[in-house]
Design a protein around this ligand. Structure first.
Ligand SMILES: NC(=O)c1ccc[n+]([C@@H]2O[C@H](COP(=O)([O-])OP(=O)(O)OC[C@H]3O[C@@H](n4cnc5c(N)ncnc54)[C@H](O)[C@@H]3O)[C@@H](O)[C@H]2O)c1
Length: 257
């Protein structure tokens, strides 16, 4: 089985308790990771696998994809892989159909495939622009369109897309990348308004809460456990790298105005 992932870059001198991962946490979950051949995608895949998930790795780099899939399989992981250029709409839909045919469902989509070429704007060509937009944003559009109907049918699903600090605090040389990733950010928020119907809670709560629910993406009342679970996560060693952030546990309320 996949070895515990070493956290090599923990803050020096800090006495951070060991990260606890539960081997059965994602048992019976099909987790599809794009960009799974290398980098953050491969590490994310290994982490889900360690916690029991059935992995689907998707990437266009066939050689690296096979290598990573073989390594994970040798470690005891359940892995299916699909070679796909995620800018190709038809190929994305075919890939998702293949996964559904083989495994019956996709519980979690983690879309990590992306590119971040550094080019000063006066050096960037329109084909640089098209490619950066396409790999980062078009792929997100294709994947969401392909996966969401299956999640709706199953009544469950989590979609995690990837943006970048560059979308909020751009650096020189990353103008197009920042544009693509801010598009991903707002697209994801907007899709959440359609994709997160949740369920209706019990009736009879005060009108104010009903108005809030109407504005939320997840159509149910917030519960104390929703907040407690978020606090547990933020307080945990896994969240060591999160700091100075505001976490809105509101079912999408602030984006529904
Ligand atoms: N590394 C960072 O510091 C950082 C910071 C902020 C955001 N991000 C984002 O995180 C994600 C992962 O970053 P990373 O550093 O692991 O990247 P990486 O370059 O190591 O890996 C990206 C993977 O995506 C695949 N890929 C690229 N284009 C593809 C396409 N058209 N179809 C299918 N697969 C494709 C590549 O083959 C590669 O395996 C990216 O979306 C990136 O923009 C990374």
């Amino acid at each position: 089985m996949t070895a515990e992932i070493p956290l090599l870059l923990r803050q020096e001198g800090a006495r951070i308790p060991a990260v606890k991962r539960y081997r059965d946490k994602f048992e019976n979950h099909v987790v599809l990771v794009t960009g799974g051949a290398q980098g953050i995608g491969a590490v994310t895949a290994a982490s889900f696998s360690y916690q029991g998930a059935h992995l689907v790795l998707v990437d266009m780099n066939e050689a690296k994809l096979k290598e990573t899939a073989a390594k994970l399989t040798a470690d005891g992981a359940k892995v299916m892989y699909q070679v796909c250029n995620l800018t190709d709409e038809a190929a994305v839909h075919k890939t998702i159909e293949n996964v559904i045919a083989a495994l019956g469902k996709i519980d979690v989509l983690v879309h990590l495939a992306g590119i971040y070429p550094f080019k000063l704007i006066l050096d960037a060509t329109s084909s640089d622009y098209q490619r950066t937009m396409s790999v980062n944003m078009d792929s997100t559009f294709h994947l969401v369109k392909a996966v969401l109907p299956h999640m709706n049918k199953a009544g469950y699903g989590r979609i995690i897309t990837t943006t970048s600090g560059a979308a909020l605090q751009p650096e020189a040389g990353l103008a197009v990348y920042a544009a693509a990733k801010s598009a991903v950010l707002l697209f994801t928020r907007a899709v959440a308004m359609e994709a997160g119907p949740g369920y209706d809670g019990e009736s009879g709560l005060r009108e104010m809460f009903s108005r809030a629910v109407a504005r939320q993406a997840v159509k149910r009342y917030g519960l104390p456990t929703d907040v407690a679970d978020m606090i547990c996560f933020v307080a945990s060693p896994e969240a060591e790298f999160l700091t100075g952030q505001n976490f809105d546990v509101g079912g999408g309320f602030t984006h529904g105005a």
